[in-house]
Unconditional design. Structure first.
Lengths: 534, 339
């Protein structure tokens, strides 16, 4: 137990040294570290609770996704049956995750089934190997055909919706000019957004809360808004409210001339004549062509710019707009013009997002927490160090050296993993200091016991290590299991605690098995002690 | 100020280190070298006490309940600080009561300028919580600094609670399986009884003290679990070793020997953990206050007691060591006066 080959000793010291050195970048300013080679740039990341910032958990409205899919199925069914000239009664009814249609003539049912089955596609495109389809078409009897969307197809659609949403969210967040935001998918239907340094997430939440479905449509001038409100609304039009207060009703045609997907750019600028904030936009080629055609046909009539079913403005077309460029004016402030431009540039979300969890920490509290955590760490370590010196004297010095190396290694490993340090994480490190000495205590107490049992100094030390190490391994594995579970279930600060605790256990076992042994072995070789001062 | 104290303590450490290395310092013995307390005899007292306390804790849990924090209850929590002078809680209360957001608690903490505002969960799902925090923010205005804002919708809160509970169960089961592999099943069972006992008593403590029960409490519970087991495993390791060595020693005596020989380690280790926790409790700030308080109770008070007075003696009832071979003791006993 006390004999190390030269290579082994060297290997242990080198490993410890390299791991400790990984902590070095944390002691230099970030700007300076950025100039170092990439492999040397790994450092601790402060959690949002320490550096301040906003954490948002967004959820995609899965009911919306489902409803949208079923509405699409309903429209497809109508069109298919009409094209095939198959009569149906009572329209297409959407209920309980399925669309149902009653075919008028019993003899048409088989033809209708055949036609409607063509709507069903294999899941995952042509490469899909699961054999599942995105639509199940069944004969429900009595002339009723049922088209249901299987669970797998729904999940697949939800997954795609999330992927698209993440891209849009990323673009919108990046437009805010924040530093290193984190945007990740979480679970089936959630997106996690972390923005360090953001103190007030109100604007961010507003930006992310808009679907930003942008449409250019014609205003229906055949009826006035008043008439429409009294129920004389033409079937191809709908009543929409203005986006800016006071709410003003507009009768707008349902047909979309150009959609937001055709936009390629949008900028907030000032109108040259009125110097009001406006948003100027630019269409791609196909959008420009559609827009030019529509404006040519409707000179003199008003059209509506609709965002999320609210009318932003409804200007009159004075002349055909053929350049594919235009500007939107409508009682904007500089900020709201900017936000609209961001939304137009980033594109529409495929489904609405709701904030289900929000945690924001101001920079003041973060700084306080760092200071308090540091102070607690210093005081805790000093108390433990003094106690070990008083209890074990020379061996206490050995233990303290081992614990110091241990803590340095924790920081090294955390940096190497680019781990996040949180306030509970600091607590984890302080606790580790308290626990790390336990391995030394176990060894030393065992040595004392073996000495009392009548062994000589060297044999007692040897036996003490041999017997204590097995116990150290056993007892630390149980704690490690608890830390692993905590890592698995925890989020944010709690996960930070689990990480430092888990890494602390690994380094503790490492130092107990190698460093402490190496130090004591070195002392034994040097002193050849007849008695152990323990 | 604190830095001078730290520098002073640093110098003290340096001096102590030199003295300790020279061997002039007298050795501190917290626990005498050779103790022979009859711990297992206490089982007739400790088992009923533990059973009674556990029942009290369970009753407390169901009657008094836990003070569910925002993590599990949902709602809004704002930690604010007046930008100048003391915060006017009365005025803030009037302003907020005017918003008609249901129950709103205002609480001063850590100084006259800090106020903790809790808004109960609003009916109407996730959107309603967001609207509520928006209203509070605009009502209180810019005269205060928003140090922390947490908003949790009802569903996320429910999920977090379920996750936490599942995590606790998962931890207990996986540790049980590990112990089963490493020891015999009786040891695993004994450790699990001790484990559940620890958790039940700690939950009782949380119910009495009404500290916030949130995600960090779950973290504290899991850590308590880990460390209490750590302690139990150290004693079990020794019991196993003794079982192999002394085939004929009666179980109560063997358990006593094992506990006594690890006693010094148990006490010293718990003392160092206490020192570390004490530093966190006193200087770590209120954000981890309930975390460390729960940990202090669980690790230091319950954990130590459990491993000595519950986990070890219970092995007698679980039938450990009953079917040892009737072979004579072969190994040379370490303690000549005992074997």
């Amino acid at each position: 137990m006390l004999y190390f080959t030269r290579w082994k000793a060297l290997g242990i010291i080198l490993t410890a040294l390299i791991v400790c050195l990984c902590a070095v970048p944390n002691f230099f300013p970030e700007a300076q570290v950025k100039t170092w080679p990439a492999w040397a740039q790994r450092r601790l990341v402060l959690g949002l609770d320490l550096q301040g910032g906003s954490y948002l958990l967004l959820e995609v409205d899965s009911n919306y996704v489902k409803k949208e899919r079923l509405d699409q199925v309903r429209d497809d069914v109508r069109r298919t049956l009409r094209d095939a000239k198959i009569g149906f009664t009572g329209g297409v009814i959407v209920r309980n995750d399925a669309a149902e249609v009653r075919i008028t003539k019993e003899s048409d049912v088989q033809t209708a089934l055949g036609k409607l089955r063509e709507l069903s596609q294999p899941l995952g495109g042509l490469m899909g190997s699961s054999g599942q389809r995105d639509l199940e078409v069944t004969d429900a009897g009595g002339g009723v055909i049922r088209l249901s969307v299987p669970q797998a197809a729904m999940l697949d659609r939800l997954r795609k919706t999330i992927e698209q949403s993440i891209q849009i969210v990323e673009r919108r967040v990046n437009e805010l000019g924040t530093v290193e935001p984190v945007i990740q998918r979480q679970g089936n239907d959630r997106i996690l957004v972390q923005v360090p340094g953001l103190q007030d997430p109100t604007r961010l939440k507003k930006l992310l809360g808009e679907t930003a479905k942008m449409e250019f449509r014609m205003v229906d001038t055949t009826v006035s808004p008043d008439q429409a409100q009294q129920g004389r609304l033409p079937p191809e039009s709908e009543l929409l409210m203005s986006a800016s207060p006071p709410p003003t009703p507009y009768v707008v045609k349902k047909q979309v001339l150009v959609a937001g997907g055709d936009l390629i750019d949008a900028q907030a600028t000032f109108d040259q004549r009125t110097s009001e904030p406006v948003v100027s936009f630019k269409f791609n080629t196909s959008g420009a062509r559609k827009f030019a055609q529509a404006t040519q046909e409707n000179v003199g009539l008003p059209f509506a710019i609709v965002l999320d079913n609210k009318v932003i403005s409804a200007p009159r077309i004075n002349e055909p707009i053929t350049g594919g460029q235009g500007q939107i004016s409508g009682s904007f402030t500089v900020q709201s013009a900017n936000d609209l431009a961001i939304l137009m540039r980033a594109g529409a979300l495929p489904a609405p997002l709701t904030v289900v969890e929000e945690r924001t920490v101001g920079p003041g509290l973060g700084q306080d927490s760092i200071e308090k955590g540091e102070l607690a760490a210093y005081v805790g370590s000093i108390l433990v160090i003094v106690f070990m010196l008083l209890t074990y004297r020379l061996f206490g010095v050995f233990a303290n050296i081992a614990v110091a190396i241990n803590v340095a290694m924790i920081f090294g490993l955390l940096s190497l993993l680019n781990a996040t340090l949180t306030l509970p994480g600091i607590a984890g490190i302080v606790l580790t200091v308290g626990i790390a000495v336990d391995s030394n205590v176990l060894i030393y107490e065992r040595i004392r016991e073996e000495l009392r049992g009548g062994r000589n100094a060297i044999s007692a030390i040897d036996a003490g290590f041999k017997r204590a190490l097995a116990t150290i391994l056993d007892s630390n594995i149980t704690t490690f299991i608890a830390a692993a579970v905590l890592f698995y279930i925890g989020t944010g600060p709690v996960r930070g605690f689990a990480v430092t605790l888990g890494i602390g256990i690994i380094t503790t076992v490492f130092t107990a098995f190698t460093m402490t042994r190496l130090i004591v072995a070195g002392w034994v070789r040097w002193k050849r002690p007849q008695s152990v001062p323990i | 100020m604190t830095y001078y104290v730290l520098i002073g303590l640093g110098i003290l450490i340096a001096v102590l280190t030199v003295i300790a290395a020279l061997g002039v310092l007298p050795s501190l013995r917290i626990v005498p070298d050779d103790t022979h307390f009859d711990f297992t005899r206490f089982r007739r007292i400790s088992f009923p006490i533990s059973a009674a306390l556990s029942i009290v804790a369970i009753i407390l849990f169901f009657t008094h309940g836990l003070n569910l924090g925002i993590d599990f209850k949902g709602g809004t929590l704002l930690e604010v600080r007046a930008k100048s002078g003391a915060a006017d809680i009365a005025a803030m209360r009037t302003t907020l009561d005017g918003l008609r957001l249901g129950e709103i608690q205002l609480q001063q903490f850590g100084g006259p300028e800090n106020v903790l505002i809790r808004v109960a969960e609003q009916p109407g799902g996730d959107k309603a919580q967001q609207d509520a925090v928006q209203k509070v923010r605009s009502a209180l205005g810019d005269s205060i600094e928003y140090r922390r804002v947490e908003v949790l919708g009802p569903r996320v809160a429910g999920e977090l609670l379920a996750y936490g509970m599942v995590g606790l169960m998962l931890a207990i089961v996986s540790i049980l399986i590990y112990l089963w592999f490493r020891f015999e099943w009786q040891f695993a069972l004994g450790a699990m009884i001790a484990n559940v006992h620890d958790i039940v008593l700690t939950i009782g403590f949380m119910s009495i003290s009404q500290v916030d029960f949130d995600l960090t409490s779950i973290a504290a519970l899991l850590t308590i679990l880990g460390y209490s087991l750590n302690d139990t495993v150290v004693i079990y390791d020794r019991i196993r070793e003794m079982l192999r060595r002394y085939k004929k020693m009666p179980m109560p005596q063997l358990l006593n020997e094992s506990i006594n020989s690890t006693l010094s380690r148990s006490i010293i280790t718990h003392f160092t953990v206490t020192l570390a926790l004490l530093a966190l409790l006193l200087f770590g700030g209120h954000a981890i206050h309930s975390f460390t308080a729960v940990m202090m109770f669980g690790v230091v008070l319950v954990g130590t007691y459990t491993s000595i007075f519950i986990a070890a003696p219970i092995l007698i009832y679980l039938g450990v060591g009953e079917h040892r071979e009737d072979a004579p003791d072969t190994a040379t006993p370490a303690k000549k006066n005992k074997a």
